[in-house]
Design a protein around this ligand. Structure first.
Ligand code: PLA
Length: 429
């Protein structure tokens, strides 16, 4: 008997099942015959395409991964020193389900403030997470399990993976306006309207600093207004803080939005990542914290976060957590880290200036002021997907199709080439 095609089965309303797959000539492969290839990830897919390009001119300004001025990945000196201290001295036993207590303690100081009363009162439930992504996902799963009727309000635009994370956690999503394409700045009025118009007690995802992809953050004054409105509406703020230190060069200053919300007495959630600010990308080290009413509640919440982690990955990886604990727990290494974070932020700021100057020198008819107004790792250039396609096809320059340039990949060596290519594809627009 000829193999029954998937199409015929579909038309007959019969989904191919493992049993049906044994009918006909198709073999075991049919177990997965219905699996279509997934769409390419809009960010990590760019790296794949970049790696596959043999051109010597190629430039990757896609993923937000810091490079030195020679375009090489960086391991911070404080990290090297922490690793020297670990080598041969510590065991590789499992961490507890909630991760390293020391790493969590240090992370909370970083987010909530060195002398935070909330830490002393033990009101924060916190667990080590699989970097920022894992922290967001754990929170989304917690939200679904314990507040199943809630939704999450996500800014437009945002880091593309936010949508995947809350989708896979089965939390319904709503959006709020954030960015103004004409001014290439914050659309504060619309954002406030959307906050006001959301049902009381809504969950909001906020980027604590260095908003991805826009590089546009509210000012301190605007954060105060946002916090006030959240109080009025009894909304819950969940801060994704993936770039602490990358906005201003100072992690303490970059936590300002969170500190304002804390001053105003909000309960908050917070996802922290050491991928960017310690360059620990592949180590997958981060922290999820949820500020509770009191210690009793925090103990319960933490135990439930651990219970969510147990069947998913049991307990988090140990190496990155050791590195972070050693750096943040040692005053000398911590000050070296602060110096190195500032160094990374400053190099990026320098590249923003250089890219803008180069474009202006080329006589671009467009305004590129936003390159230096925006902050953090990314420049939301305003280029269209078609212009980005031309950059890739004609100049071997790789970036996400939303026009986001990872400034962390721009160097003294490639900034001229990049500016020239951008000028070529935008000059007649
Ligand atoms: N949150 C935001 C806002 C991010 O931009 C990123 C990373 C993360 C969380 C997660 O980082 P982590 O899990 O590695 O800690 N965004 C990158 C990489 C840098 C990515 O897409 O995964 C980006 O290029 O946008």
């Amino acid at each position: 008997m000829a193999a029954i095609s998937r199409e015929i089965l579909k038309r007959r309303g019969i989904l191919p099942s493992p049993v049906m797959a044994t009918i006909g000539t198709r073999s075991m492969a049919s177990w997965f015959g219905h699996v279509e290839p997934a769409a390419k990830d809009p960010i990590l897919g760019v790296t794949e395409a970049f790696l596959a390009d043999p051109s010597p001119d190629k430039v990757n300004v896609g993923v937000g991964a810091y490079r030195d001025d020679n375009g090489k990945p960086v391991v911070l000196e404080c990290v090297r020193e922490a690793e020297r201290r670990i080598a041969g001295n510590l065991n590789m036993e499992y961490l507890p389900m909630g991760g390293s207590i020391k790493m969590i303690e240090e992370s909370l100081k970083l987010a909530y403030g060195e002398d935070s009363e909330l830490i002393k009162e033990k009101r924060i439930a916190a667990v080590q997470a699989l970097s920022g992504t894992g922290a967001c996902r754990l929170f989304a799963d917690f939200q679904k399990r314990f507040l199943p009727d809630t939704q999450i309000y996500i800014p437009i635009p945002t880091w593309a993976n936010h949508h995947n994370i809350w989708r896979d956690a089965c939390v319904p999503q709503r959006t709020f306006r954030y960015y103004h394409p004409e001014t290439k700045g914050l659309d504060f009025a619309s954002m406030m309207d959307d906050i006001k118009n959301a049902p009381n007690g809504s969950f909001f995802l906020l980027h604590a600093c260095a908003h991805n992809p826009t590089g546009v953050d509210p000012s301190e004054e605007q954060w105060r207004e946002i916090s006030y409105q959240f109080k009025v509406k009894n909304h819950f703020p969940f801060f994704d803080m993936a770039y602490q230190g990358f906005a201003s060069g100072d992690p303490n200053r970059d936590a300002k939005a969170i500190r304002i919300f804390l001053e105003d007495g909000h309960l908050i959630g917070c996802a922290q990542s050491y991928a960017k600010n310690m360059g620990l990308y592949g180590q997958r080290v981060g922290c999820l914290s949820i500020l509770c009413e009191d210690e009793l509640q925090a103990v319960a919440v933490k135990s439930q976060l651990q219970q969510l982690a147990r069947p998913m990955y049991s307990n988090p990886p140990v190496h990155g957590a050791l590195v972070v604990s050693i750096i943040l727990g040692d005053p000398e290494l911590k000050s070296l880290w602060l110096k190195e974070v500032k160094g990374m932020a400053d190099r990026i700021i320098g590249m923003r200036k250089a890219l803008r100057e180069n474009l202006e020198k080329l006589g671009s008819p467009l305004s590129w002021e936003h390159i230096t107004n925006q902050i953090g790792m990314f420049c939301y250039s305003g280029m269209t997907p078609e212009q980005v396609d031309r950059l890739t096809d004609e100049f071997h320059i790789y970036m996400t199709r939303n026009g986001r340039i990872s400034m962390a990949g721009v160097t003294t060596g490639n900034v001229g080439y990049l500016a020239n290519a951008i000028h070529e594809v935008t000059k007649s627009s």
